[in-house]
Design a protein around this ligand. Sequence first.
Ligand SMILES: Nc1ncnc2c1ncn2[C@@H]1O[C@H](COP(=O)(O)OP(=O)(O)OP(=O)(O)O)[C@@H](O)[C@H]1O
Ligand SMILES: [Mg+2]
Length: 503
Amino acid sequence: MASLLRAVNISKAFPGVQALADVNLHVERGEVVAVVGENGAGKSTLMKILAGVTTADSGMLEVDGRPVALRSVTEAEHLGIVLIHQELNLAGNLDIAGNIFLGREPTWGGVLGLIDHSRMHDDAAHITGRLGLLASPYAVVDTLSIGQQQLVEIARALSLQSRLLILDEPTSSLTESETALLFRVLSELTEQGISILYISHRLKEVEIIADRVVVLRDGKNAGDLVGDEIMHHAIVQRMVGRELKQFFQRHRPEAIAGVHPVVSVRGVRWSEQQKGIDFTIAPGEIVGMAGLMGSGRTELAETLFGVRRMVSGAVAIDGVTIPIRTPADAINAGIFLIPEDRRVQGLILVDTVKDNISLTQLSSLSRFGIVQGSQEDELAQAMCQQFNVRTPSTSQTVANLSGGNQQKVVLAKWLSRTPRLLIMDEPTRGIDVGAKSEIYALMDDLAEKGAAILMISSDLEEILGMSDRVLVMHDGDLAGQLRRNELSEQVIMHLATGGAAKT
Ligand SMILES: Nc1ncnc2c1ncn2[C@@H]1O[C@H](COP(=O)(O)OP(=O)(O)OP(=O)(O)O)[C@@H](O)[C@H]1O
Ligand SMILES: [Mg+2]
């Protein structure tokens, strides 16, 4: 039997970048194929071509052995190919059913404009039930968690009789339990003969879910792995073309007794319901912050950075209490935040890479209010090199970079200054393994220079690998503090889910 989908010698160029060069890919019925590669390797571009979002410059696509031209998303959907984007694409103000059937609402007797709401909601409930989504089809999408929104997108794909579901980094914002549910759903779908193309930087997931792994490097095929060959180190080796010797680069200094903390947080609250948060971070210390989604980690970061109003409490930097009312107050005191939602908070997408990197530097780069163009460019080039940002030039518009490379620009923007306290909210989400390791090395470097780092992360491996000490949040308050020798996934999860701390 012919493959469900075959892509032959696909090439695609953008100004200054050959995003794909003669790439080949095939997907069989009921098969899960993972596509992996470094940031900018061409994964999303290839998926967009398969889903009719964009067209290739050359190459051929076949569905069921027949050549097809996919000139639009609708044409691809008619053939059963549905892409769920890296950034979800839902109408937040509509309800679940409205989103699933957007543009295809069932009507009364086929009369245009007369939507049969009860049928639409019944049909929606049927599909969401199949996916284990425990929300009413009348629930407005904005009120759902990211994981639930993901399931709504999958429900939409199923309602289109999808035969090939393409998921571009579906788990990057999901909790562990949402990820587990997604995997259960995906394996049920494959049992029904539906095929999955799965993109992820989480290689552990790839090991679990993939029947075959297709590796892209610099827009070219860099080998396929099947069955027993699908192992972390083999994947990494093909992705980056070398072995990564040390992944977590943390050189822990001897404990320095009696040093004054860089930061001390006392009774900080952003809501009346909280007890108040207390902690300190010593110079050179990397403190991990674990907790479930919604436990208040991001709110804490926002409060310390002056984006969210502090109801009560005090923050001192190097022993001096700093009133933090705005981000400018925080930045002046040396507190920087690398936000969780970088696309919204961290970048000006229509601006160039150069402008984005230098935005935080303007005071030091400008003389009499005029930005020195050449210095700006030098700094941007140096940072792009350090972080391996894949871009044809620093004058490229940020919106045109791949997802992970956009993230690296935000990191470069903040790490090009020397902070006293650096707060990183999910610093490596969506970032490839090689770049992750570079970021860890930079954190280690900053710590060595005496900065304090607060690293918020849902990636327990990262928390265990990088932290000198871990704070666990639960329900808006600190549930416990763990020293390095007390750390384990079990203890962290116990505290994060509301278990009592040992005393
Ligand atoms: N619309 C565009 N205009 C210009 N260049 C683009 C455009 N879309 C993608 N590119 C470039 O094509 C290359 C491949 O990008 P793509 O988004 O496919 O990477 P990716 O493998 O999905 O990376 P990531 O893991 O970071 O999401 C990158 O160099 C990117 O900058
Ligand atoms: Mg991508």
